[in-house]
Design a protein around this ligand. Structure first.
Ligand code: FES
Length: 148
C-alpha cells in the first residue's frame, strides 16, 4: 500500500524560506571575512604586458591611469615620447596623478612633484624617482610592462 505524500504545507514552505534567508545572510557575513583573510592573488607587478590601448589614443600632453597588478600605473605621452610609471609615490605610497595643466606628476598627500619625462623628483618629500615601467608598441597597441 502506497502512502500518498501530502503537498508542502504553508508551514514547511516558510521553514524552507527562513532557512534560505539564514543561509544567504550567513554567506553575506562570512564571504567578506574570508576574502579579508584570503584575498585574491594579485601580482605586485604583472609578469605579462598590460595593454593600454591604441597607440594614437594618447595625444601629446595627455596621460591615463592603468590597472597594473596590485597598484595602478600612469602612462603619459610627453614631448619626449610615451612614458609609464608606477603610480605609487616613493614617499608614503599615495597614488600620484598626472596633471596636464602643470605638466607634472603630483602626489596629493604631501605635495611631491615628479618630472613626466623621467619620473624624477622636482620637489617635495619623495626620496627618489617614480619606478619606471617599460613601454612598447605592437600592432599599434600600446603596452606597458613585461620584458623590455
Ligand atoms: S606620499 Fe607622496 S608625497 Fe608623501
Amino acid at each position: 500500500m502506497s502512502e500518498k505524500k501530502p503537498p508542502t504545507s504553508r508551514r514547511d514552505f516558510l521553514k524552507l524560506f527562513k532557512g534560505l534567508l539564514a543561509t544567504t545572510g550567513l554567506a553575506a557575513l562570512i564571504g567578506p571575512i574570508l576574502a579579508y583573510f584570503w584575498p585574491a592573488k594579485l601580482e605586485d607587478v604583472p609578469s605579462n604586458p598590460v595593454a593600454v590601448g591604441p597607440v594614437d589614443s594618447l595625444a601629446v600632453g595627455e596621460g591615463t591611469a592603468v590597472a597594473f597588478g596590485r597598484y595602478p600605473a600612469i602612462v603619459i605621452n610627453t614631448s619626449e615620447g610615451i612614458r609609464a610609471y608606477s603610480a605609487v609615490c616613493t614617499h608614503f605610497a599615495c597614488i600620484v596623478k598626472w596633471n596636464p595643466e602643470s605638466g607634472q606628476i603630483e602626489c596629493p598627500c604631501h605635495d611631491a612633484f615628479f618630472e613626466p619625462t623621467d619620473g624624477g623628483v622636482i620637489s617635495g618629500p619623495a626620496p627618489r624617482a617614480l619606478d619606471a615601467i617599460p613601454v612598447f608598441v605592437e600592432d599599434d597597441i600600446l603596452y606597458i610592462g613585461g620584458e623590455a
